[in-house]
Design a binder for this molecule. Structure first.
Ligand SMILES: [Cu+2]
Length: 317
């Protein structure tokens, strides 16, 4: 696995890292520069008009027809044609080589689904989207509850996620890296902590990653502590909401934890994924992300069990 920083560069639409984002940046640049020039020209005319004082007949007809009608009509038509020419199609059809990824917005986390190319089986993960560099990624976007919006500014446009409907969006990364994205439609108390990260990597590394997440959870470290963690996870019914493939039945009320140890963050970008943070998250969920749909377990679960659960989950890579 490539070394990467948990943070990545700050989220910004001005740091375009793929063709869709570059087009959007170019169009906004042209509109912003054009708008600024026109604004400046109007201000100059205004200054001249104010200084001119009264007297001296001016033919205002020319200014009204030329500056008030012809000029805006020509400029707006040109800008309309220009942005229309750059607009992505309303209903993009996935190009034949596209990677197809399903995303479902939940209050306040992201379910992420792939197809295992080897078996065709669905591969579920959460909050982090890995993609191969240089290949278009075609997202099918939905919501399990309220309206959310999917936005990774460095990679492309924004698309609302509506309950009961599938929307589409195509993105592409042309260089390896980690980009932050976030829910862009207010969706309740923890909307601000509904972030996601897109990790773009070389196609071979991506294929290896997908093959690895398609496998059920395997303890990468064998120790009594790790085994206690697995038992405590089941004994405390964490599996009522979380799937750990190979360990518990499926439940989609919370993020899939089959390979949670390989992710960069916990709680949809709330904290970096470190063992101490994981134990703290399970103990003090409601302090770390108030209102979120997972109860705090600090009062209910003995500290030794919490540490074992954190140790077990951390090594599920
Ligand atoms: Cu939101």
């Amino acid at each position: 696995m490539t070394a990467m920083t948990a943070a990545g560069p700050p989220q910004s639409a001005l740091r375009a890292a793929g063709p869709v984002a570059e087009t959007l940046l170019e169009v906004s640049g042209v509109l912003a520069v054009g708008g600024t020039l026109i604004f400046a020209a109007v201000m100059v005319l205004l200054a001249l008009a104010v200084r001119r004082r009264s007297g001296g007949a001016v033919d205002t007809r020319w200014w009204i027809i030329g500056g008030g009608l012809v000029f805006p009509a020509v400029v707006l038509a040109a800008l309309f044609a220009y942005s229309e020419w750059h607009r992505p199609p309303w209903k993009p059809v996935p190009p034949p080589n596209a990677l197809i990824v399903g995303i479902t917005g939940h209050m306040w986390w992201w379910e992420v689904r792939y197809r295992d190319p080897a078996t065709g089986a669905e591969v579920v993960t959460a909050n982090e989207i890995r993609i191969p560099v240089g290949r278009p990624v075609y997202f099918g976007l939905g919501s399990a509850d309220v309206i959310h919006s999917f936005w990774v500014p460095s990679l492309g446009g924004k698309m609302d996620m509506l309950p009961g409907r599938v929307q589409h969006l195509q993105l592409q990364a042309d260089q390896p890296g980690t980009w932050r994205g976030q829910c862009a439609e207010y969706c309740g108390e923890q909307h601000a902590r509904m972030a996601l990260h897109v990790v773009a990597e070389a196609p071979a590394a991506f294929d290896a990653w997908l093959a690895a997440v398609a496998r059920p959870a395997v303890a990468s470290v064998a120790s009594p502590e790790i085994e206690r963690g697995r038992e405590a996870f089941l004994a405390h019914r964490c599996n009522a909401c979380h799937t750990v493939r190979g360990v518990s039945e499926e439940s989609r009320l919370g993020p899939d934890l089959t390979h949670v140890g390989s992710r960069l963050h916990l709680g949809a970008g709330t904290v970096p994924n470190e063992p101490a943070q994981l134990a703290a998250w399970v103990a003090h969920t409601q302090q770390m992300k108030p209102g979120t749909r997972m109860p705090s377990s600090g009062e209910r679960i003995a500290d030794a069990d919490l540490q074992s659960i954190a140790a077990w989950l951390t090594q599920l890579k």
